[in-house]
Design a protein around this ligand. Sequence first.
Ligand code: SF4
Length: 446
Amino acid sequence: MSQPPKIGLVSLGCPKALVDSERIITTLRAQGYSFSHDYQGADMVIVNTCGFIDSAKAESLEAIGEAISENGKVVVTGCLGVEEELIRQTHPKVLAVSGPQQYERVVAAVHDAVPPVHNPHLDLVPPEGMKLTPRHYSYLKISEGCSNRCSFCIIPSIRGDLVSRPVAGVLYEAERLVKAGTKELLVISQDTSAYGQDIKYATSLFHGRQVKAKFYDLCAELGELGAWIRLHYVYPYPHVDKAIELMAAGKILPYLDIPFQHASPDILTAMRRPANQEKTLTRIRNWRKTCPDLAIRSTFIVGFPGETEQDFEILLDWISEAQIDRAGCFQYEPVKGAKANQLDGAVPDEVKKERFERLMERAQQVSAQRLAEKIGRTIEVIIDQVRTDENVAIARSKWDAPDVDGQVIIDNAGGLKPGDMAKVKITDSDAYDLFAVPAPGSGANQ
Ligand code: SF4
């Protein structure tokens, strides 16, 4: 059995830096690393620096130099880490640099320098972590919080502004999940397209390469892992356009979950969201030119304060124009602490309900028509469940996220198991689901 890698740690500075060091070694210990008290016994060294005053900076730079000459593999973190240029100029051989409290970046840099060794006899946690989803799909959280201020939402006041995870941490997690059998990664956050803005798109080391914490770069890297990559909670910003090219090239799934919430400019303004839905419509049309297979899922709120019949009709027409493949709808409810509670023009409950039903009916028409266009095609699906007694498998296409979208119901599915990818021929459709049979050579017993 291979020995766990040994890490050396030089911890300089104040008690806060010491607590950071403790968190880093606790995380590494839980991942199976062990520690060395001297440079020679270590496979690599972490130097947690201090940058408080000039003499502390000099001491930190000296400690980095000593670790490089004694060991060679050195990752720098801590307060002096904010002066990355100074560190790299003085010690070009340093492997990675991160600032204070950036535990995840340090751990990612350690993984990059000396990958963890999983020991099934000692580790309580499998390499992919503990999961609550089936083995074949996993959620991948890329950030916490949100820097938008939509008037109906209190998430920013509960979870704070956007805090993006370092990209190497996200990518190593994704890679571990795929190695452990995940075939579909669902990228989630409150605002996926804003990924990295808060950390100024900081780079981090992934398998020896510097990767930027940027929406497109993240999508491109994930697209190389050989799994289905599905994007949730994306906003139609211009920089999303480039990701559509990755979809057209088959690198990530042709699927976007964009919570539009409304289409009437007045209501969007009251919601404190971008209000130019005409421009968004043009953007969607261009996306579909680049990637005709693109499916768009969205959620909408009806009965927002001040919503008139005219606003609502703008929304209905927009859903048809934008050809929203999958739509969810909520009847507006005040949330304690939300700014929207101060708005006039409350919509009566019976009107909300009636608009909800009309919206769902319109969404169903669009969905049914778009699904009917797929009849006759042969597509790849992922199997979620098999009902052996009925010889039926319940699967999803690249246009269906688990739990929220439709399904592909496969007849004559003998031989298929949950987690399999299979080729099926679409024979029929209804408002939300597709019906199919295994395509020749798909692995199912036909
Ligand atoms: S609705 Fe979404 S984008 Fe708006 S503030 Fe809440 S979490 Fe952020």
